[in-house]
Write a protein that binds this ligand. Structure first.
Ligand code: SF4
Length: 559
């Protein structure tokens, strides 16, 4: 008998052929990518144990499982593959818990694709979510099992509240559950919610992005008798392998960018010994990569003014690389000012991580803008311990960071935002200039390695309307998109084949689709931009006339 069945948003269980950035594929509109190509690029389905459980589950589900294991037996809990739900859900099942990231397809990356195409919002991530929920509700029909949904995507139901009924949820949980999952599941099973422990309502944002708390019986959050977040020693370690070898090394950030919710969470660092325990579980399952999750790796045990703590980072990375079976590791997120200001440290960390031409260290970085005034307004501490002014402009800091990253084989995946509060024409052109300078720059005679994905800030009112018109992006925003996709197409052609994995056919297929897809996407945006009146030649030559090569910061500054 299985009392608790844990299920994940299926888009989080695939490996996307381990191609950099392909994890974002489900964010693409379903009209734009034919089903056969989508299926091919997702890669093989997740492996299943003989009983129908996932062999490797998304990290969030493994954490939930670990929390439940503090009180219940392993046999009471199943981490189910969505095709085998009937193996676990029966009349005795008490609760089905689903963890999700972007259920309704309105997350930032998903929205930035909709903004280009307009029309109804139906990304692959939403299609996959709908088919998962159909399977779950079919399996629980006529049974008593309660359905609770949580995870980073829970906020989407606060914006699109009327979507809840059709999925037949009993509850939606918002927040961290590591210390309270057993109590939560027991109370949900019997509908006996302790109101001191769980608040019945949610936190959301109004149309001006101000925080609001709303009472709502469908939603649960941490209540008055609990601390707002679990302490580190209340967060259990995973006991079974996670997808892509992901493990967490810290929570919170504290840098204070005004658009970021993560900054509100307290900083909590795992000790290297704890990280090693989780990495070892993954390595024993055959995983050779340690994917070290944080929202800002260079803040790990940081020093004064957010100076990087080289000793702590060295200890962390060396401990992970010393795990039997681990061949490589990379952090999920890190800010650019540290590679810019600490090249020698970056070089030493690269040695530990065995970085090289066949092992680029991928890291996601929010660059957000090329404008000094916007950077100072929205993310004044992101450059710490460097400062805009004495240490150059924001774009200079970014340039120096990518120079050092390319030199030491780190490949940042940048995001930039268009439509930030107070953004002017000049700011947009600063961003275009920064992208062009980076795109034509070289480090040690190698072209800069980076990708850049534009995201658009969509007002919540537009999300609520569920349909976007095609003219959503302004002329200048389309110009930023065009500059970004010119670089992305260049990267797709350059790296499309080199970064693929698998047999000859898988590599040839993935490489061809990526290279061709990059060029098609560029042509599409070029058409949109031309139609909107964007001066394409101005974008192409802005700051870097005729694609002149740049080999030093001085050249970049003069460009
Ligand atoms: S540095 Fe990144 S994680 Fe930290 S507050 Fe800024 S955007 Fe958020």
């Amino acid at each position: 008998m299985t009392r608790f069945v844990l299920v994940s948003d299926t888009t989080l269980s695939y490996e996307y052929r381990n191609f950099p950035l392909l994890d974002f594929l489900p964010s693409a509109p379903s009209r734009a990518i034919p089903p056969a190509i989508y299926k091919f690029l997702k890669g093989p389905p997740p492996e299943v144990k003989p009983n129908g459980e996932l062999l490797r589950a998304p990290y969030s589900v493994r954490k939930l499982q670990a929390s439940l294991l503090r009180k219940f037996d392993r046999k009471d809990i199943a981490v189910a593959h969505d095709d085998y739900l009937a193996n676990f859900i029966d009349d005795k099942t008490e609760v089905i818990g689903i963890s999700t990231m972007d259920p309704l397809g309105v997350g930032p990356t998903t929205m930035s694709y909709y903004a280009l195409r307009g029309g109804n919002m139906m990304a692959w991530v939403r299609k996959d979510w709908d088919s998962l929920l159909e399977k779950v509700n079919r399996a629980r029909r006529g049974k008593k099992a309660k359905l609770i949904v949580g995870g980073p995507g829970a906020w989407e139901f606060t914006i699109l509240r009327d979507e809840i009924e059709k999925y037949n949820f009993d509850y939606i949980f918002q927040g961290e559950t590591d210390d309270i999952a057993p109590a939560l599941f027991e109370q949900v099973a019997t509908d006996s919610i302790d109101s001191t422990m769980f608040y019945r309502g949610y936190m959301s944002y109004d149309d001006n992005f101000r925080k609001v708390i709303k009472k709502d019986d469908k939603f649960l959050a941490r209540g008055m008798s609990l601390t707002p977040y679990p302490k580190l020693d209340q967060i259990p370690l995973i006991s079974e392998p996670s997808v892509k070898g992901m493990v967490e090394v810290m929570r919170g950030c504290g840098i204070g960018c005004d658009f970021c919710e993560v900054t509100l969470r307290p900083l909590r660092y795992y000790e290297p010994e704890e990280v090693v325990k989780e990495v070892t579980i993954n390595a024993r399952s055959g995983q050779i990569n340690g994917w070290l999750h944080s929202d800002e790796i260079f803040a790990y045990k940081h020093g004064n003014m957010y100076e990087p703590n080289e000793e702590a980072l060295t200890d962390l990375f060396s401990s992970v690389m010393a795990v039997d079976g681990i061949e490589r590791a990379n952090p999920t997120h890190g800010r650019i000012s540290i590679p810019a200001g600490y090249p020698e440290m970056l070089g030493r960390l690269s040695k530990i991580l065995k970085a090289g031409p066949r092992n680029w260290i991928g890291v996601q970085t929010g660059v957000e803008t090329g404008s000094d005034s916007l950077a100072k307004k929205h993310m004044p501490n992101k450059t710490l311990p460097l400062k805009i002014g004495p240490d150059g402009s924001w774009a200079d800091i970014v340039w120096q960071g990518v120079y050092n990253e390319t030199k030491y084989y780190w490949r940042p995946a940048f995001t930039i935002q268009v439509g930030q509060a107070g953004e002017t024409e000049e700011d947009y052109w600063d961003t275009i200039g920064m992208i062009n300078r980076l795109s034509y720059s070289y480090s040690e005679n190698r072209p800069f390695e980076f990708t850049i994905t534009p995201l658009v800030n969509v007002p919540l009112g537009r999300i609520k309307s569920r349909s976007l018109n095609k003219s959503m992006l302004t002329k200048s925003q389309l110009a930023v998109y065009y500059a970004s996709y010119r670089h992305l197409a260049k990267m797709a052609v350059r790296d499309g084949y080199g970064n693929t994995e698998g047999n000859f056919f898988a590599r040839a297929g993935t490489g061809s689709i990526i290279s061709f897809g990059g060029l098609m996407m560029l042509k599409y945006i070029e058409r949109l931009a031309r139609k909107a009146g964007v001066d394409l030649d101005k974008v192409k030559n802005y700051s870097v006339p005729r694609g002149k090569e740049i080999h030093s910061l001085n050249q970049a500054i003069r460009a």
